[in-house]
Design a protein around this ligand. Structure first.
Ligand code: DOR
Ligand code: ZN
Length: 425
């Protein structure tokens, strides 16, 4: 195995030092390290973070390999500074059996660019009727611990209760896509002043808040772990705040796009801005930012949702919801939070790794720790060109925007997956 000496680098915002990587682990951290055999990576001006961890990634394989594959999504992740991603279950076939989660897990290993941790479906075929084989997925080689019907809400309260009870035995998590189905029938965008003006069917904030309120009560009743996907409203933040104050075992994520963009984007009628849950108001964005800083929202998760051109470049009503996220998330976080490196490390690496139980991830560089880390150039600015993205899809909402920060290198267990801003494999 090779060794790398990252010289003069700021570890999570601290004063510059050297980091020596050898045999897959961090061998030493300190000024003036000497390692003649090591390849030197000049870290001057760069910040080293623990490799980012995404709890919410759609990799589309099996089934929609035209939009993304485990390999292309893994490459996008590595270029975005990630060393681990959790792959959502809404593939075709659905990841609702040990066979499918093992297939995704194996494809991730073969790609070897990030650790791919499959998420299993809660219900068979995401149909919301019968519990999937949660135990078999947990016992499989993929060792699934998070289950989600994301894309769909587990709307039946009895089924949600059973799922929470089932995963309690192995300290698993149910990750809920909180969307009351009857309140969002035909919904196209956030219900509010803009939807009224555009004449598009609205997705009211209460459809999210009502499910989160119900589910924190169920999680409290059962004593299980609940994770709330892509929180998008100020009201949801208040429900979560109260639940956490009572000691409910609930964690929550926010996406980069819900931290930056508002429903005003729908005025363009460009379906690149169609997403589920929808972009909300400026007041919601402000509440989400404050909640992320405060910790009521635990993590940033991308909800990276690649879609083929024909599913996005069409009339708004027919377009699929979702936007790319992996290659731009760190830049959006830097834009929104500023250079608060410890906070960024906490919300994008340490906490998501802890929630998902991903061993060896989310750890700051220190002797003996697996060398999963990423190097960021905070002074760089880059203009997003969709054609230059590693994802197979092009549906970024940040096209031609100039964003702060660039990922210079990413290391997975001591081997670079990205160097000089380019994918290595
Ligand atoms: O916008 C979304 N896209 N929201 C989801 O919940 C699912 C995702 C997808 O799979 O495209
Ligand atoms: Zn979702």
């Amino acid at each position: 195995m090779s060794s790398y000496l990252i010289s003069n680098v700021s570890v999570v915002g601290a004063a510059p030092t050297d980091v020596l990587i050898r045999d897959g682990v961090v061998a030493a951290v300190g000024a003036g390290l000497d390692a003649p055999e090591a390849t030197v990576v000049d870290g001057t001006g760069l910040v080293a973070l623990p490799g980012l961890v995404d709890l919410h990634t759609h990799l589309r394989e099996p089934g929609r390999e035209d939009a993304e594959t485990v390999e292309s999504g893994s490459r996008a992740a590595a270029l975005g500074g990630y060393t681990a991603v959790c792959a959502m279950a809404n593939t075709s076939p659905v990841a609702d059996t040990a066979g499918v989660v093992e297939q995704v897990w194996r494809l991730g290993r073969e790609a070897g660019l990030v650790d791919v941790q499959p998420i299993g479906a809660v219900t068979v075929g995401l149909a919301g009727e019968h519990l999937a084989e949660l135990g078999a997925m947990a016992d499989s080689a993929a060792r699934v611990r998070i289950f989600s019907d994301d894309g769909h809400c587990v709307a039946d309260p009895r089924l949600m209760r059973r799922a929470l009870e089932y995963v309690k035995a192995f300290d698993g998590i149910i990750a809920q896509h909180a969307e009351e189905p009857r309140l969002t029938e035909g919904a196209q965008m956030h219900e509010g002043e803009v939807s009224t003006r555009l004449g598009l069917t609205g997705w009211p904030a209460v459809a999210e808040e009502a499910i989160i309120a119900r589910d924190v009560l169920l999680a409290e009743h059962v004593g299980s772990r609940l994770h709330v996907c892509h929180v998008s409203t100020a009201g949801s933040v208040e429900v979560l705040r109260q639940a956490k104050a009572r000691g409910v075992r609930v964690t929550a994520e926010v996406t980069p796009h819900h931290l930056l963009l508002t429903d005003a984007r729908a005025e363009t009628y460009d379906p690149v801005y169609k997403v589920n849950p929808p972009l909300r108001t400026a007041a919601d964005v402000a509440a989400l930012r404050a909640a992320l800083v405060e910790g009521v929202i635990d993590i940033v998760a991308t909800d990276h949702a690649p879609h083929a051109v024909e599913d996005k470049e069409c009339e708004w009503a027919y377009a699929r919801p979702g936007m790319l996220g992996l290659e731009t998330a760190l830049s959006i976080a830097l834009d929104v939070l500023g250079p608060q490196w410890d906070l960024i490390a906490e919300r994008m690496s340490r906490t998501p790794a802890r929630i998902a139980g991903l061993e060896g991830h989310g750890l700051d560089p220190a002797p003996g720790v697996p060398a999963n880390l990423t190097l960021v150039d905070p002074a760089a600015r880059r203009t997003i060109e969709p054609a230059e993205l590693a994802s197979r899809s092009r549906n970024t909402p940040y096209a031609r925007m100039t964003l702060p920060g660039r990922i210079v290198a990413t290391f997975l267990r001591g081997e670079p997956t990205v160097l000089d801003g380019k994918a290595v494999l």
